[in-house]
Design a binder for this molecule. Structure first.
Ligand code: ADP
Ligand code: ZN
Length: 439
């Protein structure tokens, strides 16, 4: 036990008995399945193919009869064919990068925005936030859910929100000092960068900087990184997890015990499955995390496979919440990389390379972290013809690939063109990624 004082935003929901939770989840699940079956032809067809009717789903235990949903579904039914509510009820769109050039998008009804705000209000409260706090939001605002999520949660609490968005470090630190920010929301890598810059500037946490806690997520990080951020900034660093498909950040969050993330179970049901067989695994075992949204009306996801690997526990927590917790994300079942908070699939880059004249489809993605910022280098082989071309022409191709990656994937990469046949050939599954980041 940490001996910390625990604040709980909605004790009625966050501390309800397991029996009450089971009854609530069962009722909401049945309701959502009915809505989905009636309004989303793709999911109805999938249920029909499995011989499952909405009335078969009565309790949480029946979840296992439902078909899965995947990120590819969001691509195939882009942008609106998974909506379970009329288009006129949608008040917001958010998105993140998909497996190809198109982003995946999610539609929110007013209800969904409210549900999300509630989840984020709980998240921030668990990190110690009250209406007396000054919350600096250094997550990006835009299609990405980070900025808006943190803003909405802090706004619901009634705290003073400073919506800085990401980047512009000097200005972040100036505002942090001037306004006396007490809470910080951003990615863990940016928190480290802010912390190091603050130290380099000779500013003292606790004196010049008033931060007491932060909610950091949207990318994988380690216990060691938490310790570093806590030392640099003199704060409690809490982990927060979410994904656009489920509404955004706030699906699960650390309380100040920082021993796993409490899942907002009255809004989402979590399962761990064996990624190979799809079978449910018991608490404590590591596998793929699967979520079902049970209170969303715009675009509810049923048995959505996150491809994130972790485990669940229902062991009691010293904070008093009764919700189950998920462990840190320890990996992924697919090859998705998270680079500077952006989801990157090697297939997106491959698509660019395959379409480019003069390069062969032999490539390697080298990811690293320099000064707390992720870097991506794309190494690709030139064809013999290209290799014998002028230096200027080769430079044009390099620039073209760089621009294409920026526009398709949304991040800047360093592109290196290698001589023909200089890159390793693999037998069997090609190794395309070298990730040198030490989290
Ligand atoms: P977000 O707004 O949270 O970045 P995205 O939909 O863009 O949402 O990305 C979601 C993915 O980001 C998750 O499936 C997971 O792989 C990763 N992610 C989000 N939060 C965390 C976290 N706290 N720890 C590890 N990975 C995370
Ligand atoms: Zn707790």
């Amino acid at each position: 036990m940490s001996g910390k004082k625990h604040l709980i935003y909605n004790p009625e929901k966050e501390c309800m008995s397991r029996d009450e939770m089971h009854a609530w989840q069962s009722a909401k699940l049945a309701e959502t399945v009915r809505r989905e079956y009636e309004n989303v032809p793709m999911y109805r067809a999938r249920m029909d193919a499995k011989g499952v009717k909405p009335e078969d789903i009565r309790t949480v235990e029946d979840l296992k009869y439902l078909p899965f949903m995947e990120k590819t579904d969001l691509r195939d039914y882009y942008p609106f064919d998974l909506l379970a509510s009329p288009r006129s009820e949608i008040v917001r769109i958010h998105g993140s990068s998909g497996t190809t050039g198109k982003p995946i998008v999610s539609g929110y009804t007013r209800n969904d925005v409210d549900v999300w705000s509630e989840m984020m209000a709980r998240t921030l409260t668990a990190a110690g936030c009250t209406k007396d706090d000054v919350v600096q939001v250094a997550y990006g605002f835009g299609l990405f859910t980070g900025g808006f999520g943190a803003y909405q949660g802090a706004d619901k609490i009634g705290a003073m929100v400073v919506p800085m968005s990401s980047g512009n470090t000097q200005r972040q630190i100036m505002m942090m000092q001037d306004l006396g920010a007490t809470m910080l929301c951003c990615t863990p890598s940016y928190a480290t960068y802010l912390g190091e810059t603050i130290r380099e500037m000779g500013l003292a946490p606790g004196k010049d900087i008033k931060l007491k806690a932060g909610c950091f997520g949207a990318e994988p990080w380690s216990e060691a990184m938490r310790v570093r951020i806590e030392e640099l900034l003199g704060i409690d660093a809490c982990d927060i997890y979410g994904l656009t498909e489920l509404g955004g950040p706030g699906v699960a969050f650390n309380c100040l015990e920082k021993d796993g993330m409490h899942i907002n179970e009255d809004h989402v049901i979590a399962e761990i499955i064996d990624p190979a067989t799809g079978e449910q695994l018991p608490y404590g075992e590591k596998g793929e995390l699967v979520f079902t949204s049970i209170t969303k009306t715009g675009m509810p996801m049923l048995r959505y496979r996150t491809h994130d690997i972790c485990s669940l526990t229902d062991k009691p927590c010293a904070c008093g919440r009764s919700t189950i917790r998920m462990s840190r994300i320890t990996g992924r079942t697919d090859d998705m990389l998270i680079i500077r908070g952006v989801n990157v699939f090697p297939s997106q880059i491959e698509t660019v390379l395959v379409k480019t004249q003069g390069v062969a489809p032999h490539y390697m993605l080298v990811v690293d972290r320099v000064n707390n910022s992720d870097t991506l280098e794309v190494q690709v082989e030139m064809t013999e013809e290209m290799f014998s071309d002028t230096v200027g022409q080769i430079e044009n191709v390099r620039r073209y690939i760089t621009e294409q990656i920026k526009s398709v994937v949304g991040i800047s990469a360093k592109v290196t063109l290698n001589a023909p046949k200089s890159m390793p050939r693999s037998e069997g599954k090609a190794k395309r990624i070298i990730d040198n980041r030490k989290l």
